[in-house]
Design a protein around this ligand. Structure first.
Ligand SMILES: NC(=O)c1ccc[n+]([C@@H]2O[C@H](COP(=O)([O-])OP(=O)(O)OC[C@H]3O[C@@H](n4cnc5c(N)ncnc54)[C@H](OP(=O)(O)O)[C@@H]3O)[C@@H](O)[C@H]2O)c1
Length: 350
């Protein structure tokens, strides 16, 4: 049974869109959970590039201000209020003290306490470090969506990963390696080529090489999938690299600062129009919507990813661990590109 006491804590709140200084460390009161929800104490929350865009008000799936950023967390269950409609497979393991991971379709992870629907909470395998687990959900669920839901790749298929050195790109590269794929990946960061080679990815430096020329010379028959987070001219070039029946999956668009939402909407419309051409497919990947629409997919995929992390098959690159209290400073440092890899925020409870 849930406790009746309110829990007092803090959360970061973006009060108005803008720079990191628009985030306020704000006192919160978390009441006993409603039926079908668990009240959790957050131990660790991952910081993604998307959090920065949302803080600026420049993100397609934008929350209205005020809101609390953060798509992913690991937490300890404080109490859980069962509901007649709960799937017992989802809720059997929500005893107080259970460690759970979650991706939150509407953000809110930069908080000390939260009430969350039971379906969002996936138990952590025994022995998995909460900090490491907090770096898994968003990037790796995106990778699963790109590879399995949208591109439906099979062992031996060839693909091109744009931004293969980034959070999502690295997750695709590692899962692609486990799935027996042949991969090319664009990147420019120092050391990225060596890191990608370890995943079995052939690196292409997008600053000094034309990726379309490099990949078409190496793969004259085309590739089965291209994953793109840039948009613009990249879309046409990626599409031309596809083998018959291949798929271009777009999961972000680089827009002009302050006009990102509009630029993303235009890019998404273009991807949809391209799909009308026969012979090849295009698709849009939007994981926050996908996990909300299909709870079983989300729970199965996250359970599998956490198990792969527990057995050492996945090793998310964690650039730094910082107290949750320092989230605004972390945003500032990320904007200065001071970190390569995921930053994980931790609370006093961890
Ligand atoms: N659709 C979804 O559901 C979903 C989910 C998660 C994230 N996202 C979005 O996906 C994007 C990437 O996220 P992330 O967390 O992986 O970001 P990230 O860690 O910052 O990585 C982005 C990578 O893009 C590379 N890059 C920059 N310009 C490039 C270019 N012109 N061509 C090729 N690569 C380029 C950079 O590589 P170098 O540093 O090596 O140059 C960087 O490593 C963001 O826009 C994010 O909002 C979407």
């Amino acid at each position: 049974m849930p406790g009746t006491r309110d829990l007092h804590g803090h959360a970061w709140v973006v009060e108005t869109f803008g720079g990191p200084d628009t985030m306020r460390w704000t006192a919160t009161v978390t009441p006993a959970p409603a039926p079908g929800h668990a009240r959790v104490r957050v131990l660790a929350a991952g910081v993604g590039f998307t959090d920065l865009m949302a803080r600026q008000g420049d993100y397609l799936l934008q929350r209205k201000a005020p809101f609390t950023p953060g798509y992913e967390l690991v937490a300890e269950v404080v109490d859980y209020a069962p509901s007649a409609g709960d799937d017992p497979r989802d809720t059997a393991a929500l005893a107080p003290g259970t460690l759970v991971a979650a991706a939150l379709p509407k953000m809110a992870a930069y908080a000390e306490y939260l009430n969350l629907p039971a379906w969002q909470l996936v138990p952590l395998p025994e022995g998995l470090d909460p900090v490491v687990a907090a770096a898994v959900p968003l990037d790796h669920l995106t990778a699963v969506s790109l590879l399995e839901t949208h591109a439906r790749v099979r062992r031996g298929d060839t693909l091109l990963i744009q931004g293969a050195s980034g959070g999502v790109g690295r997750a695709v590269a590692r899962l692609g390696q486990l799935a027996g794929l042949r991969m090319y990946g664009t990147a420019s960061a120092p050391g990225a080529a060596e890191q990608l080679a370890r995943y079995g990815v052939t690196p292409v430096d997008y600053r000094t090489q034309d990726f379309e020329k490099v990949v078409s010379a190496a793969e004259p028959g085309g590739v089965q999938a291209v994953f793109d987070h840039i948009g613009g001219a990249n879309l046409g070039k990626g599409y031309r690299l596809l083998a018959p029946g291949g798929t271009l999956v777009s999961y972000a668009f680089t827009g002009r600062p302050g006009r990102m939402m509009r630029d993303t909407a235009v890019g998404a419309a273009r991807v949809k129009l391209m799909n009308l051409r026969p012979g090849r497919r295009t698709a849009l990947c939007m994981v926050p919507n996908e996990l909300k629409a299909d709870h079983s997919w989300y729970r199965d995929a996250l359970t599998r990813l956490l198990a792969l992390t527990r057995d050492g098959s996945l090793r998310p690159a964690i650039a730094a661990t910082r107290p949750l209290r320092e989230a605004a400073d972390v945003h500032q440092a990320l904007e200065r590109r001071e970190f390569t890899g995921k930053v994980v925020l931790t609370t006093a409870g961890h």
